[in-house]
Ligand binder design. Sequence first.
Ligand SMILES: Nc1ncnc2c1ncn2[C@@H]1O[C@H](COP(=O)(O)OP(=O)(O)OP(=O)(O)O)[C@@H](O)[C@H]1O
Ligand SMILES: [Mg+2]
Length: 645
Amino acid sequence: MSSIKKQLLQQIKSAREESSKTKKFSGNLMDYIEMVEKDPTIVKSSHKRLHDAIEEHGSYVMPDSDSRKFKVFDGESIKIHKYFEGEFFGMETVIEKVMSFLSSAAHKGEESRQVLLLMGPVGAGKSALTEHIKKALEGKKYYTLKNDPHRGEPLQLIPRSLRPSVEAALNVKIDGDISPVARHKLLNDYEGKYENFEVEEVTFSQRGRRGVASVPPMDANSQDVSVLIGSVDISKLDKFAEDDPRSLSLNGAFNVGNRGVVELVEVFKNEIEFLHTIITATQEKRVPSPGKSDMLHFDGVILAHCNEAEWNRFQSEHTNEAIMDRIVKISVPYCLELNQEVKIYEKMLGKSDFKAHIAPHTLKIASMFSVMSRLKESAKCDALTKMKIYNGEEVLEKGRVRKVDIRDLREEAKHEGLDGISTRFITKALDNALTASDKGMITPISVMDSLTKMVKEQLVDESFKTKCLELLQKTIREEYLKILETEIAKAFISAYEEQAQSLFDSYLDNAEAYTTRAKLKDRVTKEERKPDEGFMASIEEQIGVTGSSRDGFRSDVTAYMFAKMRRGEKVSYKTYEPLKNAIESFLISSVRSMARIVTKSKTRDEDQVKKYSEMIETMIKEYGYTAESAEEILAFASNNLWRDS
Ligand SMILES: Nc1ncnc2c1ncn2[C@@H]1O[C@H](COP(=O)(O)OP(=O)(O)OP(=O)(O)O)[C@@H](O)[C@H]1O
Ligand SMILES: [Mg+2]
């Protein structure tokens, strides 16, 4: 026998043994009641069950130490549900709303009689979110009447007259009645002795059609309510009468999803008649039975999703008011936070069998494009600035952090994030860039090319197309060149961090002396001298601090740093964003001409060859390039950077 076969057989055997060890419940209603008496939490409404299944993974409030709390969420306290962490990015508020819906519904508030509708643009993650929510139930146990296709709660067998006392004794609430099929069994197989009715332990499974149902949209011709409520099995009609429950096939979505979740995919693509079942399913918690039987009790979470156009069309028909009234709509906009958008693609590429080298900044450049394409124009700042503020970054202007309030920007642009470039557009561009590459890698340059090509070929709306091309060919390209210039200069300067830190120390000494009108003591010779204004000015001019604004800047920096030091915080050249920018820019400009010569030269002398290969080495070791991507980036830089010098 081959070793793999042997190994597999062994694994199958031990898996079987394992599963036979976990004993499944078997017994009748009385045994079930005994179990419920010990643990009343076995009996749960579908909303509570789903809510608990997600909550059980834990949650926490975003800590103050997370910079996103103040910079992105404006200090609001945001609850993070661990179940969604690492899967969904920049969707914290959407998830909070979903959880708050489930929580109210779990307490049997009005939400338990409403449909949860996720509405948002294509590729915003509605399907993925619904899928993930449903998955929380997968494999979880629940108890049903044996051989009841509607899988009702066993306690529904208890007659109305006995319910108050049973409910009080067990500390549970019993809703609804058994299905017609179960009733028929009760009367015929158990002679009405409900205490003997057998109870079964089952697990939620979407593939097994137990407790999780999904209804795809159907075209008008093939649309049939039997998808929702099951049908009368015609083949059984010669055996049973039409009103005999044994002729029923209770295999519709509301039967399968009873006790769990029913998902209505792209719900408004269906004809409206199709949706009327939703009204009774939600409000009365009853769904029609096929054939002539009475309505069936239904307890399930109804999750629906759709896009904005469909919602608007639906909403505009006032005959739809009855359904609208039973819907809690949660908007699922695109992610507008650059760092989070990047994580979406990291996740997607991580899950695919995409094994290519992704050069540094590639996903960031692609994400800049999608995020900026989604932003509404602001009167307060340009798109790039807005993107950075939404990303929680500090934007500098003339040596100061620019005071544009994230709240003002959001208020100015109601309805933002509901259109623009979708996540799928970006993933396709990444794929195309890889296919076009003969070196099995993608770089910001190849991605910008592939995005440009796709924009030209695929976007229909002319003004949006123009906006996108401008973003790609101007805004993002220029921003990338800046990133690149800094990176190359950093790679060029040996011991970059140390140099920056020493410039910082020296600047701080000078600025302090200048501000306090004191003399500066040389650290080595102990000689006293006046602060070096020329040196300070050469740093300050990097960020446009000149003339009379210098004094203010110097005293700001000094006050800021000493306040930090007094609090025992460590300060470095990175502590104060404006000064960090000034120092970096000073360093970069000090090596600009050298970096340019070395990068651009067709023929390099010995020294330059050494410098060039050191630079490539740093790019590979410290920044994550490969030799090939570093070469490609440098070739691009030499053709596009340093034009003016
Ligand atoms: N914020 C996000 N976090 C994580 N993944 C996301 C996010 N937004 C989108 N995605 C991913 O993008 C892909 C497309 O999303 P999905 O299919 O769920 O979109 P949709 O809203 O259902 O779109 P459509 O209306 O076209 O059906 C999925 O792989 C999803 O995981
Ligand atoms: Mg979808």
